[in-house]
Design a protein around this ligand. Structure first.
Ligand SMILES: Cc1cc2nc3c(=O)[nH]c(=O)nc-3n(C[C@H](O)[C@H](O)[C@H](O)COP(=O)(O)O)c2cc1C
Length: 195
């Protein structure tokens, strides 16, 4: 049976975790990105499709390449992070269903409808992006998620000739800024119903 996480763990994952804008300048080993993936990959996706693909831009060259497709403010505040991760979805995810859903490989044919394919890829890759952020936080790292970039231009640069499409970006490292107070969140009564 699972145990309730203690307050320190909940704080690290949720209460004190912030979207970061400034980063300690450091290089982190590739094992860090592998550890993050090995956690996030365990998060659930529909039909176990696992459509997200991740590009960990860690060299100065790769970070600059990603940054040139961002808004100026996003570019300026993320290039110092140890990694800028491109979270993307592979619209050809169904090809891997025989590997990922081996008891029913025919499930690869369930996604021939274009809208269902797009929706499944986007929904599950977005979830996997959220798992990435929680995995990074669980490992003591901070995140700076960003949607302020030119998806089409970034896709042409990084994913030409594929069916992989960018979803959002996330800087990862140790954040050092405390620039503004936490923004309000909706009250339970305004966001939830118990029926
Ligand atoms: C998918 C996503 C996209 C975001 N895009 C941007 C962005 O382009 N630029 C930016 O400065 N912040 C961006 N943010 C950060 C949000 O503004 C931030 O998470 C929100 O204000 C709450 O701040 P907090 O996480 O520190 O509580 C994004 C967050 C998410 C989850």
């Amino acid at each position: 049976m699972s145990e309730h996480l203690d307050d320190a763990a909940l704080s690290q994952l949720f209460h004190t975790a912030r979207s970061r804008n400034q980063w300690r300048k450091e290089a982190l080993p590739d094992s860090t990105w592998r550890q993050i993936y090995d956690l996030l990959k365990m998060g659930p996706t529909s039909v176990n499709t696992s459509p997200a693909r991740f590009v960990f831009c860690t060299s100065e060259e790769a970070k600059a390449r990603a940054a040139k497709h961002m808004s100026d403010t996003n570019a300026a505040k993320s290039v110092d992070a140890p990694a800028i991760v491109i979270i993307a979805q592979d619209l050809e995810f169904a090809k891997k269903i025989p590997e990922l859903f081996p008891h029913n490989p025919d499930a690869q044919h369930w996604f021939s409808d274009e809208k269902l394919k797009q929706d499944t890829a986007f929904r599950n890759a977005t979830l996997q992006g959220a798992y990435l952020m929680l995995a990074a936080r669980a490992l003591g790292l901070d995140c700076g998620p960003m949607s302020g970039f030119d998806n089409a231009a970034l896709d042409a640069d990084f994913f030409a000739g594929t069916q992989i499409r960018s979803n959002f970006l996330c800087a990862i490292g140790h954040g050092i800024d405390k620039s503004f107070d936490r923004l309000p969140r909706l009250k339970f009564e305004d966001a939830c119903q118990i029926l």
